[in-house]
Ligand binder design. Structure first.
Ligand code: NAP
Length: 307
């Protein structure tokens, strides 16, 4: 006979691990299914200084602590990509590789991927100078000129990390003021990160590997080419919503999964938490969402309000 769990949590980042810990401790028979190694985008953050309890910690370090904590409480299935989900009666059937899992409730903690710039050369030079992750690839650029594109908190954090590994870093932004918080802007200046403002990136150029970027200067209204050996793109995120929408979960106007304050989606027994739901997109808010989603799932599995 088919084994039906109470809850399947899809995604092993801050939201998924926290949901797993709360669900298991509440007594739900739950599992976390994660396509990679676990940790999500947070694991690629070079350094965090705003997760309470840790004045400073690497993203990977923090996420491996969360993963180990989750694994003490429930099964965390890594390296298992969920391909599709179908609902039959009140049971969800989840297909991940060669394996199948069934449950009465699902939490989507599927996170977000890197938004692309969409300029010529971006895809062509991916892995040959173009990267979306300074923690992963920064070491290859020690002593080299690199550009970080994007003026948000991620761009600033990536730029600082690249500076720390010994690259010559220029942060490129399309407007004249950065979006990043003040403390990060102050660090950029004190650490000697150069700023190139009012620049639209038009093309990433190279021969075999990146050699530079063609910009349109919004002030002079002229095209300019600057030499770089590496281009780190940090222009925001795109939520991974396809599985949730395949089950009818509604999205909000910005394309994130819509939830109520209890992290219930528009579909019964389907919940969402973390970056896939938008909002502040911080590790701490992802964890909070995961905890709330798990407790809502617990309430609905054990004592449904509609029964
Ligand atoms: P973000 O805050 O949305 O910033 C994206 C940046 O990329 C913006 O400066 C934006 O320019 C620029 N951009 C977007 N599309 C572009 C394009 N096509 N061409 C050129 N530039 C483009 O995204 P994020 O920095 O990835 O941060 C995501 C979330 O994680 C945020 O909520 C952030 O606060 C959080 N986060 C926090 C920390 C921290 O607390 N230390 C660290 C990392 C991330 P405009 O400014 O002109 O829109």
């Amino acid at each position: 006979m088919e084994y039906v769990r109470d809850l399947i949590i899809i995604g092993g980042g801050p939201a998924g691990f926290t949901a797993g810990i709360y669900a298991a401790r509440a007594g739900l028979d739950a599992i976390v299914i994660e396509e990679g190694f676990g940790g999500g985008q947070a694991a690629t953050s070079p350094w965090m200084e705003n997760y309470p309890g840790f004045e400073g910690i690497g993203g990977m370090d923090l996420m491996m602590k969360m993963k180990a904590h989750a694994e003490k409480n429930l099964q965390v299935e890594t390296g298992s990509r969920v391909e599709y989900i179908r609902k039959e009666g009140d049971v969800f059937h989840v297909n991940a590789g060669a394996r199948g899992y069934s449950a009465h409730a699902i939490i989507f903690a599927t996170g977000a991927g890197y938004k692309k710039l969409g300029v010529p050369g971006e895809a062509k030079f991916l892995g040959s100078g173009v990267s979306y992750c300074a923690t992963c690839d920064g070491m290859f650029f020690r002593g080299k000129r690199v550009a970080v594109i994007g003026g948000g908190n991620s761009g600033a954090t990536e730029a600082l990390h690249l500076k720390h590994v010994g690259a010559d870093v220029t942060l490129v932004h399309r407007r004249d003021t950065l979006r990043a918080e003040k403390i990060l802007q102050d660090q950029l200046i004190s650490e000697g990160v150069k700023l190139l403002l009012n620049m639209d990136t038009k093309e990433i150029i190279g021969e075999g590997a990146v050699t530079g970027i063609k910009f349109f200067n919004r002030v002079s209204k002229q095209e300019e080419t600057h030499e770089f050996a590496g281009v780190f793109i940090s222009v925001g995120v795109e939520p991974n919503t396809a599985l949730a929408t395949s089950l009818g979960a509604e999205l909000d106007s910005e394309g994130f999964i819509k939830t109520d304050r209890q992290m219930r989606t528009s579909q019964r027994m389907i919940y969402a938490a973390g970056d896939v739901t938008g909002g502040l997109r911080q590790v701490i808010t992802a964890c909070a969402g995961g905890a709330v989603a798990a407790m809502s799932a617990y309430e609905d599995v054990r004592t449904p309000y509609w029964a």
